[in-house]
Design a protein. Structure first.
Length: 389
C-alpha cells in the first residue's frame, strides 16, 4: 500500500475553524530543532517541512481522522541544539497537549527530549546519529534518515576512488553527539583500509588553531568533519586552508555544504570536498520547492534535511489518518512502522534499523554523494535507499 511521508508534532483540540466549513478540529503540529546558533539550518529545515506539510494538507481541505476533518497548525519551538533546550521544548509540547513531534535534530536534542516524550506518550520523528538514537526502550521514537552505519561505506569508497585517500582524521565535538558519530565514521574508514585518527574539540569553539596545528603535523589525506555543525565546520576549513592544508575535506554527517562554503570563503576554499547528501535532488524532488513557493509564498529552506522531514511528515499524517486517532500515539506508531514508504517526490524507501538499533523505526530513502573537485561542484551521485538486512 503506497504511503506518503510526513514528520510532525501533532496534538488536537476539537474546534471549529472560522472560514473552513469542512473542518471540525485543529491539529497542532509542533516543530522543534536548533532554530538558533551554528546548527540553525537544520532547525529551519524541520520548521519549513512542518509548514509545508500543514499547508499541503490544509490546501486539500484538511485530513480525515475518524469522523472528523482536521486542519493543521504549526507550533515551532527552538530546542537550541542542547539537551536542556530540548527538554524545555518537550515540556512545552506536553503543556499544549501535543502528541506527535517533527524533530528534534541531533544527539543532544534527542537525548534531552526522549525521556519526556516517552513518559508522556508523544511520538517523535527525530534525527540523530547517536548509538542509542532509537531502540526498543523508546517505541514512540522514530528516526528520519539512517546514520552513517547505513550509508557511510559507499561514500568512503567514492572518496578513495576519486581522491586516492590513504589516511584520514575525523573531528567532532567532545560530547556524546560528536563521539558517537566520529567513532562509527572512523570505523567505516578503517574497514575500507584507511587508517584514521580521531580529534575532538569543545562545542562552541571558534578558534581551532591548536587543533589545526596537530592536524598539520599528522597531515592526513582527508579531514572529515562528520556531524560538526555547519558553522563550526566552515570555520575549521577556513583555518585549515589558511594554515596551508592541501588535503581533502570530507563530511560523513549532517548536510550543510552551502553554509560551510559560505563561512569558509567559497567553493575554491573547499577545493576538494565530498559529503553525504541525505536526498538525491532530481526534477521530482525540485517540484517540492515550487510547491512550497506556491503554498507558502516564500522560499523553501536551503538545507536538504527539509525534504527528508517532508517525507517523514507525510508518513505521519497518513498514519494518523489510518489509525483514526490523534490522541493515541501508541496506535499511530503501530500503523506508522508498518507503512509502505513511497513518497511522491522522494521515491521508495525502507524501514530499517534492526541491525544497528534492534528496532525497525529508521526511515531510509535514496541519498546522494556530493563532490567538489578542484573548486568545482560535480553532479551528485544517486544511491538507492540503504538497508541493513
Amino acid at each position: 500500500m503506497n504511503q506518503k511521508l510526513v514528520g510532525l508534532v501533532a496534538a488536537c483540540t476539537i474546534a471549529a475553524l472560522p472560514g473552513v466549513a469542512a473542518a471540525n478540529c485543529e491539529i497542532k503540529i509542533g516543530a522543534t530543532g536548533p532554530l538558533s546558533g551554528a546548527a540553525t539550518q537544520w532547525g529551519l529545515a524541520i520548521k519549513g517541512a512542518a509548514d509545508y506539510v500543514a499547508a499541503e494538507v490544509n490546501a486539500k481541505g484538511g485530513m480525515k481522522v475518524g469522523d472528523e476533518t482536521c486542519q493543521l497548525r504549526v507550533v515551532a519551538i527552538d530546542a537550541k541544539y542542547t539537551a536542556e533546550g530540548a527538554a524545555a521544548a518537550a515540556n512545552n509540547f506536553v503543556s499544549q497537549g501535543v502528541k506527535f513531534i517533527l524533530g528534534p535534530m541531533g544527539s543532544p536534542e534527542v537525548t534531552g527530549m526522549k525521556p519526556i516524550a516517552t513518559r508522556n506518550k508523544m511520538l517523535m520523528m527525530s534525527d540523530s546519529y547517536a548509538r542509542d538514537a532509537i531502540g526498543p526502550r523508546w517505541p514512540l521514537t522514530f528516526h528520519i534518515g539512517p546514520g552513517p552505519a547505513a550509508w557511510g561505506d559507499p561514500i568512503v569508497k567514492h572518496a578513495k576512488q576519486t581522491f586516492g585517500i590513504k589516511t584520514a582524521l575525523t573531528i567532532a565535538p567532545n560530547d556524546q553527539a560528536g563521539t558517537d558519530v566520529a567513532e562509527v565514521v572512523a570505523g567505516i574508514y578503517e574497514k575500507n583500509g584507511v587508517p584514521t585518527k580521531l580529534e575532538y574539540y569543545q562545542r562552541g569553539t571558534t578558534n581551532f588553531a591548536p587543533i589545526v596545528t596537530r592536524i598539520m603535523a599528522s597531515n592526513p589525506d582527508t579531514v572529515d568533519t562528520v556531524s560538526t555543525p555547519p558553522g563550526d565546520a566552515g570555520i575549521l576549513v577556513k583555518q585549515l586552508r589558511q594554515a596551508g592544508y592541501k588535503g581533502v575535506i570530507g563530511r560523513l554527517g549532517g548536510p550543510g555544504t552551502v553554509e560551510i562554503a559560505r563561512v569558509a570563503g567559497g567553493m575554491d576554499v573547499l577545493r576538494d570536498f565530498y559529503w553525504f547528501e541525505p536526498v538525491f535532488i532530481d526534477e521530482n524532488v525540485l517540484k517540492l520547492q515550487e510547491s512550497y513557493q506556491t503554498l507558502l509564498k516564500a522560499e523553501p529552506p536551503e538545507n536538504n534535511f527539509f525534504y527528508l522531514f517532508v517525507a517523514g511528515g507525510r508518513a505521519l499524517v497518513q498514519a494518523i489518518e489510518k489509525a483514526g486517532t490523534y490522541s493515541d500515539a501508541d496506535k499511530v506508531a503501530e500503523v506508522l512502522r508498518k507503512l509502505d514508504v513511497v513518497d511522491p517526490n522522494l521515491g521508495e524507501g525502507k524501514w530499517i534499523g534492526q541491525a544497528t538499533y534492534k528496532i525497525n523505526q529508521e526511515l531510509s530513502l535514496p541519498f546522494g554523494i556530493g563532490t567538489i573537485l578542484g573548486g568545482k561542484e560535480q553532479p551528485v551521485i544517486q544511491v538507492k535507499a540503504p538497508v541493513d538486512y
